[in-house]
Ligand binder design. Structure first.
Ligand code: NAI
Ligand code: MG
Length: 358
């Protein structure tokens, strides 16, 4: 049988993005060669804050159409010290997520074998979550305005948009995710005591959709109390769904509780599969360590595993996760995980494990 071909668009972009994406591509190439069952071709897009500073645009004319031709997008990180963050985020990342209707942002977190959680009592297995973040509207809908700039009475509004259609679809996706996991529990997180319109609608829709999933246990939390529960009772949580802003914050906390922001992956999914989905490590461009060769590539490796899973290559995805954990158990880890290894050393070690695994 011929290996199944997939076409991947790579957008390494800024800061440590190019370092971790190069590592991710090396691991993916090793994996596809070893497995023999699939083949990946990579197309590089040099869209970044550098191109923005030269041309005034992150994505050139026709850029989105050219992305559509790929099966998936592998993204690094966007953000530069001399470009305001709201321009870089909206210019590149959201400029792909929103038109491609990648409405489900999925963030698995767990304590990898061989690594330690900053939580004194948590061992691998005690923290094993999937956070589903609404990724198309809410607090990041882009509605609002500013008037009377610079005056004492300057006014700004940032309007959250919650639509039934968007909340229902992400809720259904979250229930399906919960159903596919051993504990079959979904915690929906809102702030419906203080925000009495959009958040109350979220709560209502959660309970409506729950009726379609009688086998999934439903659990409700307010977002402030949720931060305490994540720290104090990590074992009590499994799948979590929340708004764009709330889940953005909770998922950074989740990554840190699992050991480092450098290990966690993100999938921006269009569950209808009309558009390619986009996969990225959760971290940003990390200016403080850019160019030093010490960025943790594990977040990108795990991201690559999530991408393969979405493409239907479950076996390769499982094997890759196994290889990552073996390397962590050997303590070949970067500084953020308490080790001394470089990006390149971790990458070579994972590639070696892959060759052994087949
Ligand atoms: P950050 O994630 O870039 O860095 C936070 C801290 O974590 C830094 O100390 C950094 O060194 C460390 N860190 C991050 N990734 C690491 C890795 N792979 N290995 C080891 N250590 C790692 O977040 P920050 O500093 O808030 O943002 C920097 C820039 O990145 C900003 O311009 C921001 O807008 C952008 N950003 C972009 C994101 C994206 O493209 N999806 C996500 C988050 C931030
Ligand atoms: Mg974030």
């Amino acid at each position: 049988q011929h290996p199944k071909p997939y076409s991947i668009a790579c957008i390494p972009a800024d800061g440590i993005g190019p370092e971790v994406i190069a590592a991710g591509v090396q691991v993916l190439k090793t994996l596809s060669a070893a497995s023999g069952s699939f083949q990946l071709s990579f197309t590089d897009y040099d869209w970044s804050s550098e191109t923005y500073k030269k041309t005034g645009q992150y994505i050139p004319a026709g850029g989105l159409d050219s992305l559509k031709a790929h099966d998936a997008i592998l993204f690094g990180a966007v953000g530069a010290p001399d470009v305001p963050d709201h321009l870089s985020l909206w210019g590149l990342r959201l400029a792909i997520c929103q038109p491609f209707q990648q409405y489900a942002n999925v963030r698995p977190t767990r304590i990898l074998r061989g690594t330690e959680s900053p939580l004194r009592k948590a061992a691998p297995g005690d923290l094993d979550w999937v956070i589903v973040r609404e990724n198309s509207e809410g607090e990041y809908a882009g509605q609002g305005g500013r008037s009377h700039r610079g005056r004492a009475w300057e006014t700004a509004t940032e309007v959250s948009i919650f639509t039934r259609a968007a909340v229902e679809r992400v809720m259904r996706f979250a229930f399906e995710t919960a159903r596919g996991r051993p504990r079959k529990t979904l915690t929906y997180v809102t702030k419906s005591n203080a925000q009495r319109n959009g958040m109350v609608m979220w709560d209502e829709i959660a309970l409506e959709v729950a009726r379609e999933f009688p086998d999934v246990k439903v659990d409700k939390m307010l977002v402030d109390a949720m931060t305490c529960r994540m720290v104090l009772q990590p074992q009590s949580l499994d799948t979590i769904v929340a708004t764009n802003l709330h889940a953005d914050i909770l998922s950074d906390l989740a990554a840190a509780l699992a050991g480092s922001i450098g290990i966690a992956p993100t999938s921006n999914l269009d569950p209808t599969r009309e558009h390619p989905s986009m996969f990225e490590p959760i971290h940003g461009s990390a200016f403080d360590i850019t160019g030093k060769g010490v960025a943790n590539p594990v977040g990108t490796f795990w991201t690559a595993a999530e991408m393969l899973r979405w493409l239907g290559e479950e076996e390769a995805a499982d094997k890759l996760m196994e290889c990552i954990e073996k390397v962590c158990e050997k303590k070949i880890v970067t500084r953020d995980l308490g080790g001394e290894a470089t990006t390149k050393q971790v990458t070579s070690a994972v590639c070696e494990e892959i060759k052994q695994a087949y």
